[in-house]
Design a protein around this ligand. Structure first.
Ligand SMILES: Nc1ncnc2c1ncn2[C@@H]1O[C@H](COP(=O)(O)OP(=O)(O)OP(=O)(O)O)[C@@H](O)[C@H]1O
Ligand SMILES: [Mg+2]
Length: 408
C-alpha cells in the first residue's frame, strides 16, 4: 500500500487501523478489485462488503469519517489542499501545494475537537519548533507552523512513499540486510537530532517513511523536546506518551531525565519487529505490554527467525536492554556496530557489552535472581508446595487425633 491520496487505499488502511479487518483481507480485496474492475467498475468499499470483510454499516461509518475529513474546507493562506494522506491518533495529514514555491508539501492539521485541550496544542507547536531546528536528509523537514481559520497546522516536506508500518501491516518480514539499510539511516537521523539536543521519544514503524528513491525519512518530532528543558520534562513526568509496543522502560516509569538511549530502545524494538514480524512484547492490554517492557526477558530475535545472524540479534538485544546503562551510549557507538554488521563483520561493541553485563550478573548473583520474574514464579511455587505439605500433615494429625479420641 503506498501513501497516495487515493480514497480506496485510505479506506483499506483505516479499516485495518480500526481493527475491522486484517491486512491480508485488504490485500486480497485490492487484488480482486484490479481483476473485477476490468469487467465492472466497483470501489474497494463495496467489494469489501461483498467479500464479507466489513459490514455495510461499518463501511458507511468509515466513509462518513473519510468524507468529513476530506470535505473539511481548510483555508490556509499560501497553500492549496490537494487530498488526504493519512490520519493518526491526533491529527490528519493532507497533501497540498505551496503556491509561492510551487512545490508539494504535507500539512498536518489538528482537528478542532483537540483545540479545547491546551496540552495538545502545545505539543503540536512543539513538534513544529523542534523539527525546524533540524536539517538532515533522513529527517522530514519542517517548513512552517501556524494557525488559520481556527485550525492549527504544521507544514512539512511531502514524502512520496510509504511508512515501515505499511509494509509490516502488509505482512512483510524484512531481511537482515534490508532492515539494516533502513535502521542505519534512522540512526543517522537520531544522531543528528541528539547532537542538536533533541530526543524524538516516539521512534516506531509509523514514524519511519521511505520515499520513492529509497531514502529513509524520520517523521514526527511530536514528542521531541530539548534535553535541557527540565521544566517540560517535569510537566510530562509520570505520563508515558509513546506507543506501548516500542516505548523504553524509563519512559514507562515517567522518568524525568530521558536521553537519546530511549530512542535507541524504540529503534531496537522497531528493528525487532521488522526482522521477526512480531512486536517484542505482545498483549491485548497495553498496561501488560508496558509491564513486559519493564520486567519480561526479551526472546532473542534469532530464536524467532533462525535465518538471522547471531550478530544482528546481539545488537538488537543491546539496543533493547532494560537498563539504559546496558544499551549503547549513543548513536555513534550504535552506528559503528550497524556498519560492521552490514560489512559482514561482528558487532564488537555489542559483544564487549554482553561480556561486561554477564560479568556484572555473575557478581550480583542473588540480586539478579530477585529481579527475574521466573524467579518470582519459582518462589511462589515453593510456597504453594509448602502450604500443601502442611495441609496434608495437619489432616493426618487430625485424623489420628479423632481415632485416638474414639478409641478411648
Ligand atoms: N510528511 C509526510 N508526507 C507524506 N505522508 C505523511 C507525512 N507525514 C505523515 N504522513 C502520513 O500521514 C499518516 C498520519 O500521520 P500522523 O503522524 O498523524 O500519525 P501516525 O504517525 O501514523 O500515527 P500516531 O498518531 O499513532 O502516531 C502517516 O501514517 C503517513 O501515512
Ligand atoms: Mg506520525
Amino acid at each position: 500500500m503506498t501513501n497516495e491520496t487515493n480514497y480506496g487505499t485510505i479506506f483499506g488502511k483505516m479499516a485495518i487501523e480500526q481493527g475491522l479487518c486484517t491486512p491480508a483481507e485488504v490485500k486480497r480485496a485490492v487484488e480482486e478489485l484490479e481483476s473485477r474492475q476490468k469487467v465492472n467498475p466497483i470501489i474497494l468499499k463495496d467489494l469489501m462488503v461483498d467479500l464479507g470483510y466489513v459490514t455495510d454499516s461499518q463501511a458507511q461509518r468509515l466513509c462518513k469519517t473519510l468524507r468529513d475529513s476530506k470535505s473539511a474546507n481548510y483555508q490556509i493562506p499560501g497553500y492549496k489542499i490537494i487530498g488526504m494522506l493519512g490520519k493518526g491518533a491526533m491529527a490528519i495529514v493532507y497533501k497540498a501545494r505551496q503556491l509561492s514555491l510551487n512545490r508539494e508539501v504535507a500539512i498536518k492539521i489538528l482537528p478542532k475537537k483537540f483545540m479545547q485541550n491546551p496540552e495538545y496544542v502545545t505539543r503540536f507547536y512543539k513538534e513544529g519548533q523542534a523539527a525546524a531546528k533540524l536539517n538532515h536528509n533522513n529527517i522530514v523537514q519542517a517548513y512552517d507552523v501556524g494557525e488559520a481559520g481556527g485550525y492549527h497546522y504544521f507544514v512539512m516536506e511531502y514524502v512520496k512513499g510509504k511508512t515501515i508500518y505499511d509494509d509490516i501491516a502488509a505482512g512483510k518480514v524484512f531481511s537482515e540486510s534490508q532492515a539494516l539499510e533502513i535502521v542505519i539511516q534512522v540512526a543517522r537521523a537520531l544522531n543528528h537530532a541528539h547532537g542538536c539536543g533533541l530526543i524524538h521519544r516516539d521512534v516506531k514503524p509509523k514514524n519511519i517513511m521511505i520515499n520513492s528513491d529509497s531514502v529513509v525519512k524520520l517523521a514526527d518530532m511530536g514528542l521531541a523536546r530539548e534535553t535541557s528543558d527540565i521544566e517540560a520534562a517535569k510537566t510530562e513526568a509520570g505520563k508515558a506518551y509513546g506507543t506501548p509496543y516500542y516505548i523504553a522502560p524509563e519512559q514507562i516509569r515517567g522518568e524525568v531525565d530521558i536521553d537519546g538511549r530511549a530512542d535507541i530502545y524504540g529503534l531496537g524494538a522497531t528493528f525487532y519487529h521488522m526482522v521477526t514480524g512480531r512486536v517484542p512484547f505482545m498483549d491485548e492490554d497495553p498496561s501488560n505490554v508496558m509491564r513486559k517492557h519493564l520486567k519480561e526477558p526479551l526472546i532473542p530475535p534469532d530464536h524467532i527467525n533462525s535465518s538471522l545472524s547471531a550478530g544482528v540479534s546481539e545488537v538488537i538485544e543491546i539496543m533493547m536492554a532494560k537498563r539504559k546503562e546496558d544499551r549503547y551510549n549513543d548513536c555513534e557507538e550504535l552506528l559503528a556496530d550497524l556498519q560492521a554488521l552490514s560489512a559482514g563483520q561482528p558487532p564488537t561493541r555489542a559483544r564487549q557489552r554482553i561480556d561486561v553485563n554477564m560479568l556484572e550478573q555473575l557478581e550480583e548473583g542473588d540480586e539478579i535472581l530477585d529481579d527475574n520474574p521466573y524467579y518470582e514464579e519459582m518462589q511462589l511455587n515453593r510456597y504453594k508446595t509448602a502450604v500443601m505439605v502442611l495441609g496434608i500433615v495437619s489432616g493426618i494429625l487430625l485424623l489420628g487425633l479423632i481415632v485416638v479420641v474414639l478409641n478411648s
